[in-house]
Design a binder for this molecule. Structure first.
Ligand code: NAD
Ligand code: IPM
Ligand code: MN
Length: 362
């Protein structure tokens, strides 16, 4: 029996509604595989900020540093500025734990129609997003507030080691998938950082001669993802480009409510963090109608990361079979099922499933 300690950070809004389903699924699949999970739940959130003046305690990161993984719901709530909630919790975890890869698989699943006519099951790609530097930098700020020459300045930071490591991860992923790689860029020299990114992509390509690759300008690329999503396999992009691409791609796959993400420290020197791509969804929070699949799929990616690909694939197979074989859907997918009802079906599918035979994750 292998035991793992998981740090749970439900956060705000529907973050608190989608983590219990993810946890229940982990426990159910764990029982079948001799895995047990011990959870420590942390109330770090906008509610905590309002009560105590900080999203997390000063030694917050030390409290989760030795966990095997972090499972996060979502943070952000109206009334607390997003820069407070994000710089106070999400971004420090990604950075301090060197989670420099944000891996976001995109699949059009059976029974989940894409809003794009013609996008079917052959849409299956991953976005590899640089997750700790780039456009999301702390250098800069607001100047001359309230004066006519008021301005905001922010320096994008692209370091050679920071870019090389995420590119190596992306090329390795493309090689493992037997697919090709597209680098999202804007290399016409207007954005200074991008010719440097391109140079490092060419160098990385030299280290992976067996991987076919090309670069596409981000503006043309987003159009192509809409027009022909099936032609992509691995897309690697900077922090901001990868962020935008991943919501676009999630919408192509039917709903942002089912998109998963893994914030990975590939060296495993620190815990990695698993979280749905979506946010706290204040517009539907408290109704019990959130789609838990983004969180459940993220938990499945956690199992994979912890070295249990069969358990991960069983979770994936359980929810894809519920989607393929029943008409039960949460509201974002056009149904009326509550989070709880939908989760119950997935739990039944996990408990009743045969050992995984089918192909699993991204
Ligand atoms: P959002 O993802 O919270 O919501 C966008 C839309 O998608 C909403 O209409 C929402 O109802 C819907 N939606 C999202 N997840 C869903 C689910 N699981 N089931 C059904 N519908 C779902 O994005 P937003 O509105 O831009 O942001 C709201 C807050 O969340 C902000 O404070 C933002 O900063 C924060 N946020 C946090 C994270 C994170 O913690 N990783 C990510 C994105 C946004
Ligand atoms: C995401 C979110 C975050 C990001 C925000 C909330 C800072 O959109 O995880 O994709 O941009 O990284
Ligand atoms: Mn995003």
């Amino acid at each position: 029996n292998t035991r793992y300690r998981i740090a749970l950070i439900p956060g705000d809004g529907i973050g608190t509604e989608v983590l219990p389903p993810a946890r229940a699924v982990l426990d159910a699949v764990g029982r079948r595989h001799g895995l047990s999970f011990g959870y420590d739940t942390f109330d770090w959130s906008c509610a905590r900020y309002r009560a105590e003046g900080a999203m997390m305690p000063d030694d917050g990161l030390d409290r989760i540093r030795h966990h095997d993984a972090v499972l996060l719901g979502a943070v952000g709530w109206p009334g607390v500025p997003d820069h407070v909630s994000l710089w106070g919790l999400l971004i420090p975890i990604r950075r301090q734990f060197r989670q420099y890869v944000n891996l976001r698989p995109i699949k059009v699943l059976d029974g989940v129609p894409s809003p794009l006519a013609g996008a079917t099951g052959d849409v299956d790609f991953v976005v590899v997003r640089e997750n700790v530097e780039g456009e999301y930098s702390e250098i800069g700020g607001r100047l001359n507030r309230g004066f006519p020459d008021e301005m905001a300045v922010q320096e994008a930071v692209f370091t050679r080691p920071g870019v090389e490591r995420v590119l190596d991860y992306a090329f390795t992923t493309a090689r493992r998938r037997g697919g090709d790689l597209v680098s999202a860029t804007k290399s016409n020299g207007i954005v200074h950082t991008m010719p440097f990114w391109d140079e490092l992509v060419r160098e990385a390509a030299g280290r992976f001669p067996e991987v076919a690759w090309r670069q596409e300008h981000i503006d043309a690329l987003v159009a192509k993802v809409v027009l022909d999503p099936a032609r992509f396999d691995v897309i690697v992009g900077s922090n901001l480009f990868g962020d935008i691409l991943s919501d676009l791609a999630a919408a192509v796959a039917g709903s942002i409510g089912l998109a998963p993400a893994a914030n990975l420290n590939p060296e495993r020197a620190y815990p990695s963090m698993f979280e749905p791509v979506h946010g706290s969804a204040p517009d539907i929070a408290g109704q019990g109608t959130a789609n838990p699949l983004g969180a459940i799929w993220s938990a499945s990616m956690m199992l994979d990361h912890l070295g249990h690909p069969e358990a991960a694939a069983e979770v994936f197979d359980a929810f894809t079979s519920v989607l393929a074989m029943t008409g039960v859907r949460t509201r974002d997918l056009g149904g009326t099922a509550s989070t709880e009802d939908f989760t119950r079906l997935i739990l039944e599918a996990v408990t009743g499933s045969q050992p995984a035979g089918r192909r699993g994750l991204g």
